[in-house]
Design a protein around this ligand. Structure first.
Ligand code: FAD
Length: 445
């Protein structure tokens, strides 16, 4: 029997299993082998719905707005296909007792190798500069300054929001995913790929192991679900834990994620340096009364298709609206409140101001659409997407306790972004790894 079985080899699961070492068995639904194209951090090729390393979940962003949302399948999970932006959460997140920014700081530090912070963890953190900083990204920083926004030179310092370069966990254009960072060395955990888990098995209220989809039973002293914010709640639901089930907990209820739209623009610049990160600079600020910055504009300096425009992604980082996940549905229920709609309009209009202040030429929508709330809402409805940062489907305080133990049972924890009651105001990749680091300490006791 294994001491600990970790289900899911993504951002958090690789960090957790890597830190636990040989006492852990890591079970990953997808393949263990890498694909050369996944190393290219400048590409988001694996987000294509038919890519073999993409779960490609069908979702509803709003009534009448279906979408196919990517998630990584295979060792490394979403960290193997994502944008490689490595940004810590803000100091203002409120995730429960022992889950403040200060509480998580040692785990961010433990994970990172960042020359700016003098840390030596397994994930290299770099910031684009010199040739790697695209001219449009430099103009973005200048424009933000001219419009009166504060500078945020280190987005991982826990300081006030502003405009600055986005740290990346890529080096010379190579994506360093969580598997590469945590599972390469000697003394690692046992790892099994192509091992989708169907459910958790119990003796009474105590988890005794997991049932694989092919019928194999794997016994374990403790089970930790790290199957991500979609996989983990679905495992819980199939295990009889969820609304109205044997263990009645609000699994999948009230999740949050960042609603976003892309504003296309043209710029007369040479193509980005071959190793330059695709998204390079971001402006975070406060559209209302949120000192941590509840809106973001992120500059994408590579066209999504050859010859196409560049983009500013405008996103709501601290939405009111909450979603619902069940075994067969994922409903984001985005932009249900006027407060959310007002802040996203503000983000888009600010992005348009940045373009006008010298970043580039807006390709759409036209000024008439931008100037009117009703027409802008209609344009948003037609262009709405998600940042793919889903969190909160097995939240601390609702489904797990602050030690990440599932309430009402024993021997079962969750360690991935499912546990964050609200999505961080920045991308969750660094936080997912910090959760894995923290979970290792909790499991070790
Ligand atoms: C396309 C894309 C771009 C993104 N870009 C960024 C970015 O640039 N910066 C940022 O901060 N965030 C980004 N994110 C979000 C970030 O990558 C994720 O929030 C983070 O990686 C989630 O980590 P996780 O450990 O919770 O889940 P994941 O990394 O998704 O890991 C879950 C793992 O569990 C496995 N699994 C699922 N079900 C089962 C099962 N039943 N049995 C066994 N294994 C299972 C999956 O295959 C996967 O390997 C992006 C996400 C995507 C999809």
């Amino acid at each position: 029997m294994r001491d600990v079985v970790v289900v899911g080899g993504g951002s958090a699961g690789c960090a957790l299993a890597g830190r636990l070492g040989p006492r852990a068995l890591l079970l990953e639904a997808g393949p263990v082998s890498g694909l050369p194209e996944l190393l290219d951090a400048t590409s988001l090729a694996a987000t294509a719905p038919d890519h073999p390393r993409n779960w490609a979940h069908e979702v509803l962003l709003r009534p009448g707005r279906p979408a196919v949302v990517p998630r990584g399948l295979g060792l490394g999970g979403s960290s193997a296909i994502n944008g490689a932006n490595w940004v810590r959460a803000t100091r203002s997140e409120e995730w429960g007792p022992g889950w403040s920014w200060d509480d998580l700081l040692p785990f961010y530090e433990r994970s990172e190798s960042d020359p700016l912070h003098g840390t030596t963890g397994p994930v290299p953190v770099r910031r684009p500069s010199g040739d790697l900083l695209h001219p449009a990204a430099s103009r973005f920083l200048d424009a933000a300054r001219r419009l009166g926004f504060a500078a945020e030179p280190d987005k991982n310092a826990g300081a006030a929001p502003g405009a600055g370069v986005v740290p990346t966990n890529s080096v010379d254009g190579v994506r360093i995913d969580a598997a590469t960072a945590y599972l390469g060395g000697e003394g690692g955990p046992a790892v099994r790929g192509d091992a989708p888990v169907d459910r958790v098995l119990f003796d009474g209220d105590r988890a005794r192991g997991v049932l694989l989809a092919d019928g194999e039973v794997v016994e374990a002293g403790e089970v930790v679900l790290a199957a991500g914010a979609v996989g983990t709640p679905r495992l819980l639901l199939r295990s009889g834990i969820g609304p109205g089930l044997r263990v009645d907990l609000p699994v999948g209820v009230d999740f949050s994620d960042h609603p976003a739209v892309f504003l296309p623009f043209a710029a007369d610049d040479p193509p980005a340096h071959p190793h330059a990160p695709g998204s390079q600079v971001a402006l975070n600020w406060d559209a209302g009364a949120d000192p941590a910055g509840d809106v973001e504009v992120l500059a994408f300096v590579r066209p999504f298709a050859p010859g196409g425009p560049l983009h500013l992604m405008c996103a709501l980082q601290h939405p009111d609206s909450r979603g619902l996940l069940t075994l067969d549905r994922i409903e984001y229920r985005y932009l249900r409140t006027e407060h959310d709609r007002r802040r996203l309009r503000h983000a888009i209009r600010t992005a348009a101001d940045l373009l006008r202040a010298g970043v580039g030429t807006r390709v759409g929508p036209d000024g008439g659409v931008l100037g009117n709330d009703r027409t802008l809402d209609a344009w948003i409805a037609d262009h709405l997407t998600t940042s793919v940062h889903l969190c909160g489907t097995a939240a601390i305080g609702r489904v797990v306790d602050p030690a990440l133990r599932v309430l009402g049972v024993e021997g079962l924890r969750v360690a991935d972004t499912s546990v964050l009651p609200t999505v961080p105001r920045r991308g969750p990749s660094a936080t997912a790894v910090a959760i894995g680091e923290r979970a290792a300490e909790l499991v070790r006791g």
